[in-house]
Ligand binder design. Structure first.
Ligand code: NAP
Length: 279
């Protein structure tokens, strides 16, 4: 459907944002469903983050995705937020309601849990070891606790960050690499392995029976996932989280669930195109 004067607009704001997969994911779903929406990427410098919500109001943007470095300042400016965003002090999704008020949500962690569910992994009652304690790890910890994980061990290079992250959920605690062995699920939420073949842990800690999930999706088959598969573990790649968090954003904006498989296929095709062209 070609945009017309009544087409509704959704956008991602961030800096950098020109390599974002969000336009590809969202527009693929809008085209497939016939929704009269279009999604664009808008580069907004860090210093202008405080003006983003005014722009949303003035321009009538109906759906906003928010990425680094604006997630916290936007969270502080919306009228109300969902529980995950409240816990994290960060939003990645803004909805403009009919009365003009702005609602903020955080779909990253829920998207991660949804990617596990889609891979046949129900986290209720499971023991999880999370490597990392940054923004992505924090959203994953909150969502795992909300979804009923029995225990979450947070393993991070900087102990103070691990403590702050573990404080987000009653089932979470600071852990060590020894916590990987008995865990049901091992999650790499560090940036180790992004764009290279570095490993976030000793591969010999991985075993059959583990579910090993990597948030890193560039490359899609990270060294961690390759080593985990070699040792008989089940693996879940990071593109699943990206796609499912985007699907949850569309639910907030449009009230409908998009076809996740269409979004995934579009993301896979775009990554393959970039790999082939060096883009
Ligand atoms: P972040 O806030 O900067 O956190 C980075 C984390 O990685 C911290 O825990 C940091 O430990 C750890 N780390 C980085 N380099 C390390 C090293 N050399 N050795 C040990 N630990 C190291 O980043 P983020 O936003 O959480 O993102 C983390 C990763 O998740 C990125 O690769 C990002 O692309 C990915 N991600 C994926 C999705 C998805 O949808 N799949 C969504 C969000 C993020 P310290 O605390 O010690 O610095």
């Amino acid at each position: 459907m070609r945009p017309t004067a009544t087409t509704r607009v959704a956008a991602v704001v961030g800096d950098p944002v020109r390599h974002s997969l969000s336009p590809v994911l969202h527009n693929a779903a809008f085209v497939e469903s016939g929704a009269d929406w279009v999604f664009v990427a808008l580069e907004v410098a860090a210093d202008d983050g405080h003006r983003v919500l005014d722009a949303v109001r003035v321009l009538g943007v109906d759906g906003l995705a928010v990425t680094t470095p604006h997630k916290e300042i936007v969270a502080a400016g919306v009228d109300d937020v969902d529980p995950a965003a409240a816990a994290l002090g960060s939003v990645n999704t803004v909805v403009r309601r009919a009365d003009g008020s702005l609602f903020g949500a955080s779909t990253d962690g829920a998207g991660f849990v949804a990617s596990l569910t889609a891979a046949g992994v129900d986290v209720r009652g499971l023991v999880v070891a999370v490597l990392g304690a940054g923004a992505a790890a924090r959203s994953v910890i909150v969502a795992l606790a909300g979804a009923g994980a029995a225990e979450v061990a947070v393993v991070n290079r900087t102990p103070a960050a691990a403590e702050r992250a573990a404080d987000l959920a009653a089932v979470a605690r600071v852990g060590t690499f020894a916590d990987l062995v008995p865990a049901d699920v091992v999650v790499n939420a560090t940036s180790i392995g992004m764009g290279n073949t570095a490993m976030p842990c000793d591969p010999d800690l991985l075993r059959p029976g583990h579910v090993v999930a990597d948030l890193v999706y560039h490359p899609l088959h990270t060294a961690l996932l390759i080593e985990a598969e070699r040792r008989g573990a089940r693996v879940v790649d990071g593109l699943g989280m990206l796609v499912h968090q985007a699907a949850l954003q569309q639910r907030w904006w449009t009230g409908s669930d998009p076809d996740v498989s269409v979004m995934r296929a579009a993301a896979d095709a775009e990554l393959a195109r970039r790999a082939a062209t060096g883009a």
